[in-house]
Design a protein around this ligand. Structure first.
Ligand SMILES: [Zn+2]
Length: 130
């Protein structure tokens, strides 16, 4: 007898999602845990190709340490933020991506990031039931 069950009962999935007033994504999981993820942390953990490239630019790999440090220009030392980037980040929308995660659109216009349940579960802080 074949018992075909697409749903793995041990898989933990979100059963509730909401945005809190203090800029956290609040996730209720099927195992009863509640988790809070600051919007900024969620944005910083984007795994899309664009963001991974950006991370690489800011975090040189070990090999790069042998290169001589370049003198920093006196001006333009800080990256210029666009208006959207300077504003506090917000989640514009969230939509299911397949049955494994969510596609999240942010207020800065970035919307190509897909957050798997696994990733969501790995970031943020677990609510201690304040
Ligand atoms: Zn991204």
């Amino acid at each position: 007898m074949n018992s075909v069950n697409q749903n793995n009962p041990s898989e933990i999935v979100p059963v509730g999602l909401e945005k809190s007033d203090d800029r956290h994504l609040v996730i209720d999981w099927s195992d009863g845990h509640q988790q809070r993820i600051p919007f900024r942390m969620l944005r910083d953990n984007c795994r899309c190709a664009h963001c991974i490239d950006k991370h690489k630019m800011y975090k040189p790999v070990g090999e790069a340490e042998t290169l001589e440090p370049q003198p920093k220009p006196k001006s333009l030392a800080l990256p210029v933020l666009s208006d959207a980037e300077a504003r506090p980040i917000d989640i514009a929308s969230m939509a299911p991506a397949g049955n494994y995660g969510y596609k999240v659109a942010f207020s800065d216009g970035h919307s190509s990031g897909i957050y798997s349940f696994e990733l969501l579960r790995a970031i943020g802080v677990e609510s201690q039931g304040e």
